[in-house]
Design a protein around this ligand. Structure first.
Ligand SMILES: NC(=O)C1=CN([C@@H]2O[C@H](COP(=O)(O)OP(=O)(O)OC[C@H]3O[C@@H](n4cnc5c(N)ncnc54)[C@H](OP(=O)(O)O)[C@@H]3O)[C@@H](O)[C@H]2O)C=CC1
Ligand SMILES: O=C(O)C(=O)Cc1ccc(O)cc1
Length: 451
């Protein structure tokens, strides 16, 4: 039940919200909460205190460190790098005010909850959150996971009151459910787009500079890949490395890439077709014949980074998309089951994949090209190696190697981020609008049927 405006006002009159970590997400929360009328106290690293106080001290209270946040706040959110959550909670956790509630924004909840259980005093309650979108996306209507781990119903109402100003869609899960779902959705989505970027880098290509990557599907791949590389490495490293379920998903993705590619280069066309069609049946078989597609090529055509006039599309094997459906099929994942708990990037990845698999003739065209045309073999080979590379780094849990590889490719694409983010933001806005319209249409249809 959404708390009433009176209930929210009552909480606002007596309670304080604390944020530890004023990076992209922490700052978003601190600004939105304080604009909505909450008393907010925040901090970043102690050595940055003066800088943050000068920048944001007129918007909310900036204090020296997490001890000062913890002592005065009734709900404290740790919005820090996943890799450091245990260390940071171990420092500030014991200072938490008696009877208050603590949560975190990290993308994988098992280590976060373990740190809370280990270091928070027993009288402190635990309700964690996770906004399933990046800091530049409009929070309205996006999923916001709320995990009531150790707390009363009244405390949940307080946290819901704070979050209500984001106008997000609250999704209630346990931390185990959260980690299983986000491994299926976020981790493997990032692995695919990270591999595209690394493969282009390895082949010394800027994909918008050649007519080989034209058309809507390619625009979406390029824009999302650059969007990920324009971000901080730790967001992607943290959510993949700290989530054990993510390792097997990313590993399966790399294996699917390699096995499908092997069928292509060995010209085992019928085996390739049989395998992909079996996967298609498992992942998309439940869709109605006249099912409306999430996305289409025409819609995505306009979001190009290239100066080339939209010419004739040059078909390729679409290995990255064949492999995700193959992985979903192997792992028994039906991606539509996760839509209520999905990020914008996952919805776009699903939309693009659905377009390839459910548009008459398109999948067949890709399978033909995959075996009969060698023009993209080097790109596909580099893609297979890139997927393997990310899978190995994540499997070993090597943050340093992750950072090095990520930042090398990040640097390669650096000059394009301004343009890519501008075009990407418009693309994402249009896609999300389309997804919302389709959800509305489907709800209407269901209501008609049940009448
Ligand atoms: N960005 C995204 O799209 C999303 C991220 N998340 C998750 O939210 C969390 C925060 O991410 P994001 O805001 O993007 O990352 P940022 O790196 O922008 O923010 C983290 C902030 O915490 C600061 N910090 C580090 N140690 C301390 C400390 N001891 N005390 C106070 N502050 C400290 C960091 O400082 P410094 O930089 O100096 O280390 C940094 O400013 C991560 O766990 C991420 O996985 C969740 C949803 C979306
Ligand atoms: O949409 C995506 O997948 C993003 O890349 C943004 C993102 C990153 C980390 C999260 O925990 C949630 C969202």
């Amino acid at each position: 039940m959404v708390p009433s405006p009176q209930e929210i006002k009552q909480f606002q009159n007596t309670k304080t919200v604390g944020i530890i970590g004023l990076g992209d997400m922490g700052l978003l929360y601190a600004q939105r909460f304080s604009q909505a009328g909450w008393h907010v106290v925040g901090c970043d690293r102690e050595e940055s205190f003066e800088q943050f106080r000068d920048l944001y001290g007129d918007q909310f209270d900036v204090v020296r460190n997490g001890h000062y946040v913890s002592r005065v706040s009734d709900y404290i959110i740790y919005s820090v790098e996943a890799e450091n959550i245990e260390k940071i909670v171990s420092i500030y956790g014991p200072s938490t005010k008696v009877g208050s509630i603590v949560g975190g924004q990290t993308s994988c909840k098992s280590p976060e909850i373990a740190a809370f259980e280990k270091y928070l005093p027993n009288d402190v309650e635990i309700i964690s959150v996770h906004s399933l979108h990046g800091p530049k996306v409009d929070t309205t209507g996006q999923p916001l996971v709320i995990i009531k781990h150790r707390a009363s119903d009244e405390s949940l109402k307080f946290v819901e009151s704070i979050m209500s100003c984001l106008h997000s869609k609250h999704v209630y899960l346990t931390y185990q459910e959260h980690d299983r779902i986000t491994a299926d959705t976020q981790a493997v989505t990032h692995a695919a787009f990270l591999s595209m970027g690394l493969a282009w880098h390895s082949c010394h290509q800027y994909p918008w500079e050649t007519p080989r990557w034209t058309g809507g599907l390619e625009n979406a791949k390029i824009n999302i890949s650059l969007r990920i590389y324009s971000n901080k490495y730790h967001v992607y490293a943290g959510l993949a490395i700290t989530n054990p379920s993510a390792h097997s998903q990313i590993n399966q993705y790399a294996r699917s890439c390699e096995e499908l590619f092997t069928l292509m280069i060995q010209s085992r066309k019928q085996e390739l077709i049989d395998r992909v069609m079996r996967a298609k049946q498992k992942v998309f078989g439940h869709l109605r014949k006249n099912h409306r597609l999430l996305l289409d090529d025409d819609l995505l055509e306009q979001y190009s980074l290239s100066n080339y006039p939209p010419g004739k599309r040059q078909p390729n094997s679409q290995l990255s998309l064949l492999a995700i459906v193959d992985s979903w099929s192997y792992l028994g994942i039906v991606p539509y089951d996760h839509i209520i708990c999905s990020t914008p990037l996952f919805r776009i990845f699903l939309g693009v994949t659905e377009y390839l698999f459910c548009t008459p003739g398109l999948l067949e065209e890709s399978l033909n090209v995959a075996v009969d045309n060698t023009d993209f073999r080097q790109d596909d080979l580099n893609f297979v190696m890139a997927a393997k590379h990310w899978s190995i780094i994540v499997g070993y849990g090597d943050y340093n190697l992750y950072k090095t590889r990520f930042e090398e490719t990040q640097k390669y694409f650096e000059h394009m981020y301004g343009e890519a983010n501008k075009v990407g933001n418009e693309m994402i806005k249009t896609i999300l609008k389309r997804v919302k319209e389709r959800e509305g249409d489907e709800q209407e249809e269901e209501e008609q049927v049940s009448k």
